[in-house]
Design a protein. Sequence first.
Length: 274
Amino acid sequence: MHAVSISTRNNGGVSTSRPEVVAHRGSSHLEPEHTLAANLRAIDDGAYALECDVRLTSDGTLVCVHDRRIDRTSHGSGSVSGRDIDELSEHDYSYRFWHDFEEPGNPERTQLLTLERLLTTALEKNPDIRFAIETKHPVRYGGYVERELADVLARFSLDRPGRDGVPPVRMMSFSWLAVRRMQRLAPHVPTVFLMDRIWWPYRDGSLPTGVAAAGPSIDVVRRHPNYVQRVHSAGGRVHVWTVDEKDDLELCREQGVDVVMSNRPGRLLQWLDD
């Protein structure tokens, strides 16, 4: 399964493209973010790839959690890095999700998700699914996060091109140091430099050495309407977050964005098919 950017023209004659749709923390509009349920729903929704954030626990386990602390997404409190996997697993990670569930105690919705479990279960469900993995910084354990990530990817044989020659994993970070570490540890894994602003040296569309793609927010794309074209002209790709609204998707299509990350991948795919 290899999605390509397909150019078309809409009724107004404007050139558009069909980007890859990546599930941001799973189908996190419909299921609790970063849970197994959210990711399995994203596969059912037809997402091209699953996006997750990873953090390292005190005993060295990579878990799928966005925030430094678990207060927002569980009924517990405290930092991820200050607790081991057993302590973190005691909490309900669907606790603050507002939907009413038919199965409120379903462990796929409530349990903390480790990166290894995500990879194992997702690949069993769809061997062609891809992953976009973000390492969070600054963190207590610094470069150990990328080291552990590289080790996990190697154990799953995801640190090399897949059967179709396309690497199944992309590593992403707002930290250029983290991106550079990953390039050394897993040179075949493409990297995405995330940004909530365009740093002055890269306003011409260039990217740090070895980086495959820029990862601007949708707000950055709106503020800098020529940025996507500049990155493409410099040979890079553009992965935009977080695209949940139809007008944002249309903007990305008009500008030829390669990848959109969304909390609502199923809805975006429906809009693309309309």
